[in-house]
Ligand binder design. Structure first.
Ligand code: PLP
Length: 373
């Protein structure tokens, strides 16, 4: 290729998500459309069943998005006014918003070296009002669920997982989203299992929690159509469920490809002392990470980001560069020096199925170039 041509690599290629399977997706649209199967039809039921089996949960319910999903989980857990709920500040505001809207208090804590919730920080934040811990299974990796469960057992707390980024990730053989009371998964297009719009899933293995969440996502209506509780509407579109049924068939390969890309980044960048890379896919025998993101720590991060942008390479700083406790308007104040320091260094390199090996090598070369290597 000519050296004068800028090779553009977007952080995430949304049109490619559609183009990769265009013919099949259009057929699915036609099929669902011709059946008039738009709301809570067999495609949704099939998807719920397959998704529950995939992770080894007793129940899965399609919902409008993971944010709603977390609200349903927390409401089913009885979280409300007077309760405190602990979460890691390095997460999307969507982890904390449901806590707020149930009238409870979000309590932000630190993350650790792998960017996931720090159990020691959780233990230190427990008070007599603490009701639950909400670990975010960040970047496609599962938190230290053994340590969190020990804290939950000691203080009689519930665990509700924000597994929005971790559908299929595992910790000691068990899938993210199946550890606690319940959990939520996101199918936002850029997520590892992305649909063509908004979509989400809640998981539980508890019969009563399932019964409640099923009411909560559909106006509080029971099987007979009777309204038995106040609630709103948050259903996964049947059309999105049909797309997801299709995508789930090749999801194992999609994850394997993500892990390959992570492996390649590690080969290409592992020797740079200016960077701290995520734990590699073959490095942690306790975990199967699905690499929703490739979040590095970089010296002179802003310079690196600008340099890559000049080279046509898109990168992203998660959450717009601010942890939840760093948005003053939310009133979730906390003293979190580790998280504050991390947010000066962290940066996500592109990691998605539209990338070729050559793209990954090219990105890596540009990173090396910035540090003069
Ligand atoms: C994407 C995401 C959410 C929100 O998911 P939606 O389906 O967009 O509501 C929540 N938490 C985390 C960690 C996420 O990455």
């Amino acid at each position: 290729m000519s050296t004068t041509t800028l090779r553009k690599i977007p952080f995430f290629d949304y049109p490619a998500l559609f183009a990769a399977d265009e013919a099949e997706l259009v057929e699915i649209f036609k099929d669902v459309g011709r059946r008039g199967a738009f709301i809570m039809q067999r495609d949704l039921e099939e998807f719920e069943q397959s998704a529950a089996e995939y992770v080894g949960a007793k129940y899965a319910l399609g919902v409008g998005n993971a944010t709603d999903g977390l609200l349903l989980c927390m409401r089913a857990a009885g979280i409300g006014p007077g309760d405190e709920v602990i979460f890691a500040s390095h997460t999307m505001v969507a982890t904390a918003a449901p806590i707020h809207f149930l009238g409870a208090t979000p309590v932000a804590v630190e993350c650790g070296a792998d960017h996931l919730i720090d159990p020691a920080s959780v233990a230190a934040a427990v008070t007599p009002r603490t009701k639950a811990i909400v670990p975010t299974q960040l970047n496609g990796r599962t938190a230290d669920m053994e340590a969190l469960q020990a804290i939950a057992d000691e203080y009689d707390l519930l665990i509700i997982e924000d597994a929005a980024q971790a559908f299929g990730a595992r910790y000691k053989g068990r899938a993210a989203g199946t550890f606690g009371h319940s959990s939520a998964i996101s199918f936002y297009p850029a997520k590892t299992l992305g649909c063509l719009g908004d979509g989400g899933l809640v998981l539980t293995s508890d019969d009563e929690t399932y019964r409640l969440m099923k009411l909560f996502r559909d106006h509080g209506r029971d099987e007979s159509g009777d309204v038995v509780t106040w609630c709103l509407n948050s259903r996964l579109d049947n059309l999105q469920a049909a797309f997801l049924n299709f995508k789930l068939k090749t999801y194992d390969q999609a994850i394997e490809r993500r892990r390959q890309i992570a492996r390649l980044y590690q080969q290409e960048l592992g020797d740079l002392t200016e960077l701290t890379l995520p734990v590699g896919p073959d490095e942690d025998p306790d975990r199967f990470d699905i690499f929703q993101n490739y979040e590095i720590e970089a010296e002179r991060r802003d310079g690196l980001k600008a340099h890559l942008a000049e080279q046509g390479i898109g990168t992203l700083i998660q959450w717009g560069g601010k942890a939840v406790h760093q948005f003053p308007e939310l009133g979730v104040s906390a003293t979190l020096p580790y998280t504050d320091a991390l947010f000066q260094k962290m940066l996500m390199l592109p990691l998605n199925l539209a990338l070729s090996d050559d793209d990954v090598r090219h990105i890596s070369q540009q990173v090396r170039g910035f540090y003069g290597k």
